[in-house]
Design a protein around this ligand. Structure first.
Ligand code: LLP
Length: 421
């Protein structure tokens, strides 16, 4: 459930009509609902509790929506942070998320990023390969600390979904293989600068079936039991993120309750603390992208292009993954017209959708891309020198800009022209 509904003043986020935000902040603009973010986090946490998962670490995947205000909302509910760069660790810390709730993942952590994470005292660094383990050990030894590490294991399970976001097959770049996990874990346990605390997996994103997750988690359980059987200390099992959300044209994903029940079953009696890294399921349906129709270009042959002021640089998911986002006019109306919805960027890929039946629209009308709170603003760029899209957070009847649109002066001031040019 989310808090975007039609009211007397059109499509509304909690108590604020989206048209009012568009008038004050301009378009395109991302709008997030605080109540929805909070609800999604609590539903996820309560479902796990109900399924008998005691005291899980829910490390929200910062990459999905990394605005510091969003992180603060979630952090105040007890969320940790799953991070993949020094920048994301800094964002989580800036939002007041304590280091002991921060997980540092990612396939290519640089030396300076490892140094930063160790100095900050993060809960665990998820190790993705043997060379990375050696680098972490060397950095920790230099700093005179013991690095808490968890091994990200590639369970070699196909999770379905788009190939660009599947991560759990052996041919993907992520994690150490099952074959090497136990050896690396045992070696690390004997290393003075390393403290292995557990194992982790993450098999993909927008997963809409429980079966692949069940298969991967069962393999992980087997690995934990094997390590414990070898007398090694294992405190944590990190089951990653990946639970899908309804995008309206997709297969209905399992509910957090179904997911949690499956986790409860698979991990029953396992003497470890569970961690999760949900991103999309918390943030996607908590945000929309509001855009204005610039004009409608109707070709005599019949095709109608709805040209809007948002583009692939603001929301890249359709161009990159052929992703479907429901598009709703802010003012409800009857009738139907079929449009190709396109942005102003000079690429054919800047097409949000083709042949989409929408209510008839005209220049100046406002539309909202639904389910855009995850991997929307976080993946935005300034391609075509379009100002980075701003973000707004709604809380009941009030709203605030949580990232301002840069001015052209600010954008141009970032470029430096040497005096020899
Ligand atoms: N943990 C790890 C290690 C991850 O790589 C990811 C996502 C997550 C957690 C969070 O997954 P989620 O719960 O959000 O599915 N840009 C793509 C999605 C990329 C996902 C990358 N990894 C999209 O827009 O669909």
């Amino acid at each position: 459930m989310n808090h975007f509904e039609y009211g007397p003043e059109g499509l509304t986020c909690e108590g604020v009509p989206l048209a009012r935000i568009a008038a004050e902040v301009g378009t395109p603009v991302y709008v997030y609902s605080r109540a929805t973010l909070e609800r999604h986090f609590t539903v996820f946490r309560d479902a796990l509790e109900l399924a008998g998962v005691a005291d899980p670490l829910i490390a929200y995947a910062v990459k999905a929506n990394s605005n510091v205000a969003v992180l603060k909302v979630l952090g105040e509910l007890g969320a940790g942070a799953d991070t993949v760069s020094e920048g994301e660790v800094r964002r989580a810390l800036a939002a007041g998320i304590p280091a002991e709730r921060i997980v540092f993942s990612g396939v290519g952590k640089a030396r300076r990023e490892i140094e930063f994470a160790l100095q900050a005292g993060v809960a665990e660094i998820n190790v993705e390969s043997e060379p990375e383990l050696n680098l972490i050990a060397a950095v920790a030894a230099e700093l005179g600390v013991r690095a808490k590490v968890a091994f990200r294991v590639n369970p070699d399970v196909a999770a379905g979904g788009h190939a660009k976001i599947a991560t759990g097959k052996a041919e993907n770049k992520f994690g150490v293989s099952f074959a090497e996990a136990a050896r690396l874990y045992a070696n690390a346990s004997n290393h003075a600068a390393l403290e292995p605390v557990g194992v982790a997996c993450h098999i993909g994103s927008q997963i809409t079936e429980l079966a692949p997750m069940r298969a991967a988690f069962s393999k992980m359980r087997g690995l934990v039991e094997q390590l414990l059987g070898e007398g090694l200390s294992v405190e944590r099992l990190d089951l990653g993120g990946g639970l899908g959300v309804p995008y309206f044209n997709h297969p209905e994903p399992p509910s957090p309750a179904d997911f949690a029940a499956m986790v409860g079953e698979v991990t029953a009696g396992l003497p470890v603390r569970l961690a999760f890294e949900p991103g999309r399921v918390i943030a996607a349906n908590a945000g929309v992208l509001v855009s204005e129709v610039i004009h409608i270009h109707a070709r005599p042959e019949g095709r109608k292009f709805l040209v809007i002021d948002a583009a692939m640089n603001d929301l890249v998911r359709p161009a990159m993954y052929d992703a479907f986002h429901d598009i709703r006019p802010l003012t409800r109306r009857d009738g139907e017209a079929v449009y190709d919805v396109v942005g102003p960027v000079c690429e054919t890929g800047d097409t949000f959708t083709r042949d989409r039946a929408l209510p008839p629209l005209a220049a100046g009308d406002l539309v909202a891309f639904m389910s855009a709170g995850a991997y929307g603003a976080a993946m935005a760029s300034e391609y075509n020198t379009r100002p980075l899209v701003p973000e707004v957070l709604v809380d009941g009847d009030r709203f605030a800009v949580i990232r301002a649109r840069p001015t052209y002066d600010e954008m141009l001031a970032r470029d430096l022209v040497p005096d020899w040019v």
